[in-house]
Design a protein around this ligand. Structure first.
Ligand SMILES: C[S@@+](CC[C@H](N)C(=O)[O-])C[C@H]1O[C@@H](n2cnc3c(N)ncnc32)[C@H](O)[C@@H]1O
Ligand SMILES: CC(C)=CCC/C(C)=C/COP(=O)(O)OP(=O)(O)O
Ligand SMILES: [Mg+2]
Length: 297
């Protein structure tokens, strides 16, 4: 099936969202991937409190919150703990957005099912605009916003993050939470730089390969194949930011903070098979989990 056959018109509709034609065959693949995604490790964690994430966790495991082998609630407790660590990751990202007021607008580039957007609105009271390639995800995120009565403030749309409809200089802050490995970084940061006001803040949490290791390891290649993504190097992030008026204000290596999440997840019934690649690549130094917060100058 060709790209054109997939999306014959410039736009189509699904639920509440308009679907523009994918900008490339690859973006069509990614849209299909996320439209079809329904892994229990994501849905059952989201069911804990209605915040649905597609990113990983950070922080120490609270062993007291976990049940022992005889505890009939142990699986439920483990799921709640993994979810707590994923929400802690999003809070950590939001904590780097700076001083955000209720009148500000934030942009979530690659917003998934919208968990981070809801958290951002709850924290700052501001508007949050999200974009995803997946109509299913955008519908889901908008459905959650309606259920929470915050649809005037939190909105997801189907849109390419490299070419957004947002006005130049209109966002006080923007972010990518584990979504920058699907795009060219120069194109991505050019668009964030355009949308951000001067003095605005850009934040990413991402997995990147470590130039000190040499080249992407077999584990990194396995992660790329698993998710159909293209993990960039740390060097590429910093270079592409520098080329687009984004000046790093904080670079935090979160690798030691995410390992407990992975080691706990590897013991759960919700494993997906990718746990070993994350654990091994973090341990052999070929892969790093980074937060980069940058000022738009
Ligand atoms: C791993 S999920 C992360 C979702 C969300 N940031 C979170 O933390 O839950 C990756 C997201 O990136 C989005 N994405 C990938 N390439 C994109 C593009 N070119 N434009 C918009 N969204 C994109 C996918 O649709 C998906 O929602
Ligand atoms: C850090 C890196 C390289 C991330 C790649 C992007 C990605 C797929 C993130 C998690 O999504 P998910 O929550 O849907 O994945 P899973 O089903 O494994 O929990
Ligand atoms: Mg997940």
């Amino acid at each position: 099936m060709t790209h054109t056959e997939l999306a014959p018109a410039a736009t189509a509709t699904s639920g509440s969202v308009r679907i523009p034609r994918p900008a490339s065959p690859y973006q069509g693949d990614i849209a299909r991937y996320w439209d079809g995604e329904a892994r229990p490790v994501n849905l059952r964690l989201g069911d804990v409190d209605g915040l649905y994430h597609h990113h990983y966790g950070i922080g120490e495991v609270d062993h007291a919150a976990l049940g022992d082998a005889e505890d009939s609630e142990s699986e439920k407790k483990l799921i709640a703990e993994l979810h707590r660590l994923e929400s802690a990751q999003a809070e950590y990202l939001l904590g780097h957005l700076g001083d955000i007021g209720g009148d500000d607008t934030l942009v979530d580039a690659g917003c998934g099912r919208g968990g981070s957007m809801v958290m951002a609105h709850q924290r700052f009271g501001c508007k949050v605009e999200g974009v995803t390639l997946s109509a299913k995800q955008a519908d889901f995120a908008n459905g959650r916003a309606r259920e929470l009565g915050i649809q005037d403030h939190v909105r997801a749309r189907v849109c390419n993050m490299l070419s957004t409809p947002f006005e130049t200089g209109s966002a006080a802050a923007s972010w990518n939470n584990e979504s920058s490995m699907y795009v060219d970084l120069h194109d991505l940061f050019a668009e964030h730089s355009r949308v951000l006001e001067v003095g605005g803040r850009y934040v990413t949490i991402t997995g990147c390969w470590n130039p000190r290791y040499g080249q992407p390891s077999k584990w990194v290649s396995q992660i790329n194949a698993h998710f159909e993504c293209n993990i960039h190097s740390r060097r590429e992030y910093l270079r592409a930011m520098a080329d687009n008026r984004l000046v790093p204000q904080a670079v935090v290596d979160l690798t030691p903070d995410t390992l407990p999440y992975w080691e706990l997840r590897a013991t759960s019934s919700l494993v997906t098979g990718i746990e070993e690649a994350f654990i091994n690549s973090y341990k052999d130094g070929s892969f790093q989990y980074l937060l980069i917060a940058a000022d738009r100058v």
